[in-house]
Design a protein around this ligand. Structure first.
Ligand SMILES: Nc1ncnc2c1ncn2[C@@H]1O[C@H](COP(=O)(O)OP(=O)(O)OP(=O)(O)O)[C@@H](O)[C@H]1O
Length: 204
C-alpha cells in the first residue's frame, strides 16, 4: 500500500500541494489525470525519493520513506519516466547491464521474456541487436515498459507511457497492464486510460 499523508509542497511562490492525501491499496490501478503542471510527476518523484515534500509523509508498505529505507523502497518499484533517456547501447547490452545488478540477479530468462513481450508489443524482431538511439520515441517507450515489466516488482509507476503510440498499441498495452497483479500508478492525459472503468481516476 502507498500512502501520501498531509503532503505540502511549494516551488518558490507556486504552491503545488497543501495537505494532500492519497491512499493506494495493494493491487490497485490508479490514473493520475490532473491538469498539466498540477504535480502528477512530482508525486511520482516523491515516491522514488528524487524530490521531497516540504511536509507530510510518504508511506510504502507501512514504512515511512526516509533516507535509511529509500533504497529498499526503490527496490519495490519499477518506473518508466516521461522522457526515456536510455544509454547508447544495443538493447541486448542494456538488458545484460540491468539484469547484472545484484538486486535483479534472481531474474532469469530475461532475454527470452523480453523477446516474447516485444512480440506482444509489436517491436521488430531485430530489437535486441539494435542501438537504442536508433529507435523512435514510441519504440523506446515500449522498450522501457518491457524492462519495467521484466523487473516484476510490486509497484509500477508509468509516466505518459502511451503518448507516442497509435490507438491499437495503446489498447494492447492498457489491457496488459490492467491484468497485472502489481499496484500501478499511471500518469496520462490519454482519453483511452480515462475510459477504462477499473482504473481509479485521481484528480486534484
Ligand atoms: N524541481 C523543481 N523546481 C521548480 N519547479 C518545479 C520542480 N519540479 C516541478 N516543478 C514545477 O511544479 C509543477 C508541477 O510539475 P509536474 O511535472 O509534477 O506536473 P505534471 O502534473 O506532471 O505536469 P504535466 O502533465 O505537464 O507533465 C510545474 O509547474 C513544474 O514546473
Amino acid at each position: 500500500m502507498i500512502e501520501y499523508i498531509d503532503i505540502s509542497k511549494s516551488y518558490g511562490d507556486k504552491e503545488l500541494f497543501k495537505n494532500f492525501n492519497l491512499e493506494i491499496k495493494s493491487g490497485e490501478k490508479v490514473l493520475l489525470s490532473a491538469s498539466s503542471g498540477s504535480g502528477k510527476t512530482t508525486l511520482i518523484r516523491f515516491l522514488l525519493g528524487f524530490d521531497k515534500p516540504d511536509s507530510g509523509d510518504i508511506i510504502v508498505d507501512d514504512m515511512t520513506l526516509n533516507h535509511h529505507n529509500l533504497r529498499s523502497i526503490r527496490e519495490k518499484i519499477a518506473y518508466v519516466s516521461q522522457d526515456i533517456d536510455l544509454p547508447s547501447l544495443t538493447t541486448e547490452a542494456l538488458l545484460d547491464k540491468i539484469f547484472s545488478y545484484k538486486v535483479n540477479h534472481h531474474i532469469k530468462d530475461y532475454k527470452d521474456n523480453f523477446l516474447e513481450l516485444s512480440k506482444t508489443f509489436q517491436l521488430d524482431g531485430q530489437v535486441l541487436s539494435t542501438q537504442i538511439q536508433e529507435f523512435s520515441g514510441g519504440e523506446r517507450q515500449r522498450i522501457g515498459l518491457i524492462i519495467a515489466l521484466l523487473l516484476n516488482r510490486p509497484y509500477l509507476l508509468l509516466d505518459e507511457i502511451t503518448s507516442g503510440l497509435d490507438h491499437d498499441l495503446k489498447a494492447l498495452i492498457m489491457n496488459h497492464i490492467m491484468n497485472l497483479d502489481a499496484t500501478v500508478i499511471i500518469v496520462s492525459h490519454d482519453a483511452l486510460w480515462k475510459s477504462e472503468s477499473s482504473l481509479r481516476e485521481v484528480t486534484f
